[in-house]
Design a binder for this molecule. Sequence first.
Ligand code: SF4
Length: 494
Amino acid sequence: MSINLNISAVEMRDKRLGAITSYHGDAQTLLELSEDKKVPVTTRSYSQCSACSEGCAATLTYYVRGAAIVAHAPIGCDAQIASQNYAAKAASINRHIEEIHAIKFLSTNIKEKDTIYGGLEKLRNAIQEAYDRFNPEVIFVTSSCASGIVGDDIESVADEKESELGIPIVPIFCEGFKSRVWTTGFDAAYHGILRKIVKDPKKKQENLVNIFNFQGIPSFNDLLGKLGLIPNYLIPMATVKQLEEMSEAAISVHMCETLGTYVSAVLEEKYGVPEVKAPAPFGIKWTDEWLRAVAKATGKSDLVENLIESEHKKIEKELAEVREKLKGKKVYVYAGDSFAHSIGNLVQDLGMTLVGMTTLHHDQKVDNENKERLNTLKNLIDERGNIPEFSVCNQQPYEVIKILRRLKPDFMIARHQGLTPLGTKLGIPTINEGDVNASVGYEGLVNLGKRIIEAGRTSKFEQNIAKHAKFPYSKWWLDEEPDPFYFERENKAK
Ligand code: SF4
């Protein structure tokens, strides 16, 4: 990958990785078409819901301890702030962080007048206010559609205030309209952090492992600790110092290639921090492979085989019990790109039958040129075979409801809590796989199995809900029109 941290914004994922948000067919065909970035770009003539890059940038930056955030946006763009603040509290407890993290956030509240006369004075004042009020070590400034369309020069104001205040002021260019794929916002946040916060390494920290993940439980501690390695959980809940030092780490790993591909590739190319080229540790075989790759890259290969053997033994009995209970149960997976593939591997490792999968977007390639074993769809197909019922859809419950009604899975696993009511209203016990760290490693597999079994115990409850639930769709859509993908259209303006 050719990186350029001198430019203010990272190239959009749509172009860089050929990311798409619509596809239906089978997984093998999608994989083959992706080899040459040949998947036809389609959009929808009707969208029920969506998300945007700004939200994904916020998901990372809101949670940096010691940082303040200024959103140069209309107030509505950050309506999520209240729920995120609750999540920050929960994340602090999950991570055993003594000082509960409260998000330090201001919005410039762009209004109509600012879109005519410009909003830079407001931005200057807001940065000053954030500095005075929160005494932060760094201030992130996130852009929005409004500031992007009127062309407010955020970078100049950030540079001006940075010289005046003496702390990094980090512009994050995450205008929602620029990209079809909201995960572009992750790249935007990393790009800003890499440009303005990460320092050149003073020394190599031989045992430090960058882990790009969300704000979940610290589930990597146990396995990495047994190899004498120290996890550096990034970006959510990290301190500014942790961000500064990511260039000193021995290696980078991630719980999801969608999340970690850009930042890991830049760290490898610019600072020589190798990205571990193995599937994320979800499921027995992938965890074995991941551990061996981690151990090899950190000079711990002499420890790893004993560790793998003892971990297998530790879960053997419980895993057999869980597999026995879940054998042959049908499951549908509805989650973000690479993480959906990982869940697909997990459920099949538990003996379940994967009847279909919807990923919320699809990257046709990954950032690192040395992509062997980072292609998660290929890994899944190689491991478990083709998935005949495969679609890519940026949420759109109206589409997925028709698939679920046809396939009638026993369970659904969804990554986002907003998607879980769909399963429940159809009478399908549904797991919200909200904490993506929870299913990591050997114990993570058993825990997921137990959570699925637990969810199955409430199936009567879901069936009751289904009897009374109403959907906001017409009879035509629910019962007469057979094609769930009716609203997909080829995008003429590629
Ligand atoms: S940045 Fe644009 S797409 Fe995102 S919430 Fe604001 S207006 Fe909506």
